[in-house]
Design a protein around this ligand. Structure first.
Ligand SMILES: Nc1ncnc2c1ncn2[C@@H]1O[C@H](COP(=O)(O)OP(=O)(O)OP(=O)(O)O)[C@@H](O)[C@H]1O
Ligand SMILES: [Mg+2]
Length: 198
């Protein structure tokens, strides 16, 4: 059927030219890459913690890209740059900028009008972000971290738990996470709201 394991695991497969963007040539296994990315992300989290971002600043293309850049700048040459190829998830590569603008505008509207609870605004933002899939990789982690930044810096709330587990491809927790995302695809945000605070 042409469905490959990468798709079933809901992990975005890297194109050959994207693999070339790897900054550390000594990385040869998936495990090493995961470890390296994790250290990079921890530096990005430390960066967010020593700053104060206002909602107006967070809800900009500049910040969206900057956060991805901080998360992956030691790992990938394309950190913080939009995808240049299409994936099995995400909008068309030419629509990323405009779809992101719609999302940022919608989110500003939700904030100004208190359309939803603070948690629900952050969760809807995260879900739409990963649906756009702006970057070649790291979209899941980036969307979760930006939701955390929005809730903590924008709303003075507490960061999410995201199921209190690392969402590795084969874990049962990841299945719950993906099922919650699929419910959100159908406009039911309750499972993702619950998952994020579990
Ligand atoms: N069918 C789907 N519908 C909506 N979102 C999906 C779907 N499949 C995967 N995703 C999202 O895409 C993410 C995977 O994309 P990508 O590989 O770019 O991110 P990642 O940060 O490397 O992954 P991870 O979430 O495992 O850390 C998943 O975390 C999930 O949020
Ligand atoms: Mg990935």
């Amino acid at each position: 059927m042409g469905l490959d394991l990468e798709y079933i695991d809901s992990q975005t497969a890297l194109d050959e030219d994207e693999k070339e963007g790897l900054l550390i040539k000594s990385i040869s296994t998936r495990f090493e890459l995961d470890e390296f990315e994790q250290q990079n992300i921890e530096r990005a989290i430390a960066w967010t913690m020593k700053k104060r971002f206002k909602i107006k600043e967070i809800l900009t293309e500049r910040f969206v890209r900057r956060l991805h850049n901080k998360m992956f700048d030691q790992t990938w040459r394309w950190a913080g740059e939009f995808r240049k190829s299409n994936k099995n998830i995400g909008v068309d590569k030419f629509q990323i900028g405009i779809e992101l603008k719609y999302l940022l505008d919608d989110c500003k509207f939700w904030v100004e009008n208190k359309s939803f609870s603070n948690d629900e605004i952050a969760i809807r933002f995260k879900h739409r972000m990963v649906h756009i899939h702006p970057f070649p990789n790291g979209n899941g982690r980036h969307s979760r971290l930006i939701a955390d930044v929005l809730i903590e810096h924008g709303f003075a709330g507490h960061v999410f738990s995201w199921g209190s587990s690392n969402l590795t491809p084969k874990s049962n927790i990841r299945k719950d996470y993906l099922n919650a995302l699929f419910a959100a695809d159908k406009d039911n945000y309750e499972p993702l709201l619950k998952f994020a605070r579990r």
